[in-house]
Design a protein around this ligand. Structure first.
Ligand code: SAH
Ligand code: SF4
Ligand code: F3S
Length: 437
């Protein structure tokens, strides 16, 4: 270890965009400030927590967590709070926890190298535009990589705090995205995940005011990259799933056949109150088109139960959509009132917690049935798996093209390879199989 090398411990909460932001923080601090990462908080010179605000629980946890860091940390170690909670609480974090050295909002991550040594810095400018900032490169060689394609979110879903923490949507220029993917592929990546809060509204606004483009065109550009085998993306919005996009998804062999379709609610009335912009029928129509064109597709979703005013009938509509679409994976949430959101105005209509919990359980139980049925249907099939990690029990794990996790007995020679596997067994969340020689 060279003399000035310092150690960084970083904890990441929230979504995949936060994961990428943390990778950017690590790369910037390594390149400009000589930090290397450690997984031992007690030995770190700098502790960063990259936060999520989307539901209330993680926010409550933040203060107890940094309190613990403060007690256990090395003397003189610094503590920084980054991410979405940093955006919306700003300097209140330092007021409440004066041992915090700096606060950097989700839209200001590119300033990290300038604030680490400035005690008391609070950088949370919601209009800051770092869409063309060239982040330092992380030298890790990975089989898969994630690249941001936009910052912010222009939607106004009434329950959601993200537009307030990440600001307006600005697309990252396509040539920057392509260049980044090319660099990662040159280092060994076979798969890329294109990330944004609303990926399929890509291309409507760039910081240099250039001509508009769209997500389908971006997918076509990225798929030209030689050596790149799989393209994934998250999150798309059901409203923007036009025919052109669905047809590209279906016919482009590099696009992984797993799609996230965040339903939120199956009731047209609740969708309207959420300002989602689509109806139950539109969602079902889009899901059917995808299933018709891509028979092996896996469809995942997000569902919020007990949104203010959600009647039993509204909830039955959600159950009905779940039964019709049979999602491969559901991320379910009970509505959580968030600051700076329009849904706070519907406070009088809030649903009793017990009802919300019962609805959540109903969704979970129904989904378990579908999951078992869908996963069992893979037994006996031969699939292509990109292997990416070795498990302590000697198994090796990877994902199918439609993004189902598969475990086989095998050695690290399989890492980074796409290999044919015959499926022999299934649980609700993963498959087991044997390599076909
Ligand atoms: N931009 C992405 C992700 C948004 S946050 C998208 O639109 O899909 C991820 C998920 O958290 C949302 O899809 C939603 O299901 C859930 N969520 C957001 N705000 C919430 C709230 N106030 N209460 C409960 N769940 C919420
Ligand atoms: Fe939130 Fe809606 Fe934007 Fe997703 S699309 S981040 S749910 S406002
Ligand atoms: Fe959470 Fe911010 Fe992502 S609120 S879900 S970390 S956009």
């Amino acid at each position: 270890m060279s003399k000035e090398e310092k150690k960084l411990f970083i904890q990441t909460l929230g979504c995949q965009m936060n994961d990428t932001d943390s990778q950017h923080i690590i790369a910037e601090l390594k390149e400009h400030k000589n930090y290397i990462t450690t997984d031992q908080m007690e030995e770190a010179d700098l502790i960063i927590i990259n936060t999520c605000s989307v539901r209330e629980k993680p926010v409550q946890k933040l203060f107890s967590e940094i309190g613990q860091f403060n007690i256990k940390k090395k003397k003189d170690a610094k503590i920084g709070v980054c991410g979405c909670t940093a955006s919306h609480l700003g300097e209140d974090i330092i007021k409440r926890a004066p041992y915090v050295d700096f606060v950097v909002g989700a839209r200001n991550i590119s300033k990290i190298k300038d604030v680490v040594d400035k005690k008391g810095s609070v950088e949370i400018d919601i209009d800051y535009d770092d869409s063309t900032y060239q982040f330092a490169q992380n030298s890790n060689s990975l089989y898969k990589t994630s690249v941001n394609i936009s910052i912010g979110c222009d939607k106004e879903c009434t329950y959601c705090i993200v537009p307030a923490t990440r600001g307006d949507e600005i697309s990252i220029p396509p040539e920057m995205i392509v260049e980044q993917v090319q660099k990662d592929v040159a280092k060994g990546a076979k798969e890329v995940t294109l990330l944004g809060q609303n990926v399929n509204s890509y291309g409507r606004r760039f910081s240099d005011g250039r001509e508009k483009t769209n997500f389908t065109k971006l997918l076509q550009e990225v798929s030209k990259i030689e050596g790149l085998e799989r393209i994934r993306f998250t999150s798309p919005h059901p409203l923007h799933m036009d025919d052109e996009f669905i047809e590209e998804f279906a016919k482009n062999p590099k696009i992984s056949k797993c799609i996230h379709m965040p339903l939120q609610s199956g009731s047209t009335q609740v969708l309207k109150a959420m300002k989602r912009g689509y109806t139950k029928e539109w969602f079902l129509n889009r899901a059917k088109k995808i299933r018709d064109l891509v028979p092996n597709v896996r469809i995942t979703t997000d569902i919020i139960v007990a949104f203010p005013g959600e009647s039993q009938e509204d909830f039955e509509d959600t159950i009905d959509v779940i039964k019709q679409v049979k999602f491969d994976q559901i991320f379910n949430f009970k509505y959580s009132p968030r600051p700076n959101t329009k849904a706070l105005e519907f406070k009088d209509l809030e649903i009793e917690d017990e009802i919300g919990s019962a609805r959540l359980i109903e969704v979970i139980e129904l989904h378990k049935l579908h999951q078992s049925e869908l996963m069992d249907s893979n037994i006996g099939k031969t699939v292509e798996v990109l292997f990416e990690s070795l498990k302590p029990n000697g198994e090796i794990a990877g994902f199918t093209d439609n993004y189902c996790q598969v475990f086989v007995k095998g050695s690290d020679e399989l890492l980074g390879q796409i290999v044919k596997v015959k499926i022999t067994d299934a649980t609700r969340t993963a498959l087991k199989g044997e390599v076909v020689n």
